[in-house]
Design a protein around this ligand. Structure first.
Ligand SMILES: [Zn+2]
Length: 460
């Protein structure tokens, strides 16, 4: 008998965590932090509903914290097996988890969920793997990573599980998070030929994205308006992928499109600060793995430093970060965290939110109840570092930078998979998941279901 338990990511975007069991071997796919809800902390601190010591190995689809953030806790609670992911995911995971520990250690409101030594252990258990190759764990399980096009190193995972009672192999496919198309830097997601069961994300399961050209226009316009007003443009950024996409586009705007609607022909008249140690480190890792870029980006990377351009300052150290405040305007500040739940962006928001001349440009999903969502929805005042701050800043938003596939893309990807018995729709807000499940039933005529938290389903 083969079963899957939806221990996280069912009916919610974050906290992805799935346990698969065939009676002989039990393993986990993803082990993410729950984020953005009032109960998030409580859930993260709860013991796992399964015994971590009973888990033989785990698979990590990509390095976003809502997919890897509880791995050190799993290790702390007794999991000692190997962790498999692609090579970039392995590298990103180390810097992301170390960053998470340092954020937790600075938060004195509660004990850290795990410590540096748990991250050390997780890093030691981690094994990088290639895309497109089948790896056999033992006679029970084998798996293969395909490109998910979501962030560098992200993977769709095909898993073959032996049902010892019937001798049949059941094929499961986890979409992980599926990328938006076209991606600035990455290849399009791979199509999967067949599967018995698909576990598909649905973050944007009920929406259609703006197109690439439109989003670049919005970015350019925000820069132009900031220059005209001599004001400040704040962009809360997600360290991995979104930041590099935007640097790549800024590089392109500076080097190839100067003059197009920008005063005196130069976007360079605005100073750009990348104020996130994690994003700076992630940018270095990106620069290393050019083999995973799409054709165009690969080509450009041969002749150009694609993430660097004049007037860009990377402020890795705290002292340099603090100097940004006294730098002349206009200026653009990219800082994390992407949903303003922590990090240096809070200091900039605290300082610049009250001026209606300034612009804040959101480039990604803002989970309910996060500071990012409150600013986006115009809540006034908002609370930063426990103080009220007037929220008068001009809010703009680009959906197209999302690293997630939209409804059309998810349906396109699913429509290529043959012989599917059932599709489980996960990693979305309830409404988005339901909407995608209904669209699957209506357009693809395949059974689709939004599992409940901790539900166990028998696969045959
Ligand atoms: Zn993701």
């Amino acid at each position: 008998m083969v079963s899957i338990q939806f221990c996280g990511g069912a009916g919610s975007v974050t906290g992805a965590n799935y346990v698969i069991d065939n009676g002989k071997i039990r393993f986990v796919v993803d082990c993410g932090l729950v984020q953005g809800s009032s109960e998030a902390d409580e859930i993260n601190y709860k013991p796992f509903v399964y015994d971590p010591k009973s888990i033989s190995f785990m698979i990590s689809t990509h390095t976003h914290i809502d997919h890897i953030g509880r791995i050190p806790k799993l290790v702390k609670d007794g999991f000692s097996g190997e962790i498999y992911s692609t090579y970039p995911t392995q590298e990103f995971a180390e810097i992301s988890l170390r960053d998470t520990v340092s954020i937790m250690e600075h938060d004195h409101s509660q004990l850290p969920l795990f410590a540096e030594e748990d991250v050390d252990k997780a890093v030691a258990q981690w094994r990088g793997k290639e895309y497109h190759e089948i790896y056999e764990i033992d006679e029970n399980i084998s798996f293969r990573f395909q490109d998910a096009g979501h962030i560098l190193g992200s993977a769709i995972t095909e898993i073959w599980v032996l049902d010892p009672e019937t001798g049949k192999r059941i094929k499961l496919v986890f979409s992980g998070d599926l990328g938006n198309v076209p991606s600035v830097l990455l290849r399009k997601y791979d199509y999967i030929e067949e599967a018995d069961y698909v576990i598909v994300e649905s973050c944007y399961g009920d929406r259609i994205h703006q197109k690439l050209a439109e989003r670049k226009e919005i970015l350019k316009q925000a820069i132009k308006d900031t220059i005209d007003r001599k004001s400040v443009l704040i962009m809360p950024t997600f360290s991995i992928e979104r930041t590099q996409d935007i640097l790549y586009e800024l590089n392109d705007i500076v080097e190839n499109h100067s003059g197009e609607g920008l005063p005196q022909g130069r976007v360079g008249r605005i100073d750009v600060y990348l104020d996130s140690p994690l994003a700076i480190k992630a940018t270095r890792i990106h620069a290393k793995y050019t083999q995973y870029y799409n054709q165009e980006a690969k080509q450009l990377a041969k002749t150009d430093e694609i993430f660097e351009f004049p007037f860009l300052t990377m402020t890795e150290h705290r002292e340099d970060s603090m100097k940004i405040n006294s730098q002349p305007q206009p200026k653009m500040i990219m800082a994390g965290s992407g949903m303003s739940t922590g990090g240096r962006v809070l200091y900039h928001e605290e300082r610049y939110l009250s001026d209606p001349n300034n612009i804040i440009l959101f480039v990604g999903y803002q989970a309910p109840r996060t500071l990012g969502r409150r600013i986006l929805e115009g809540e006034n005042p908002v609370y930063i570092h426990n103080h009220p701050v007037e929220n008068k800043i001009e809010v703009r938003k680009v959906d197209g930078y999302s690293a997630h596939a939209d409804k059309e893309m998810l349906l396109d990807w699913l429509s290529h998979i043959k012989q599917t018995k059932n599709i489980f729709v996960v990693q979305g807000e309830q409404e988005a998941s339901e909407s995608l499940a209904n669209a699957i039933k209506d357009t693809l005529h395949i059974t689709a279901k939004v599992p409940e938290e901790n539900q166990v389903i028998i696969l045959s």
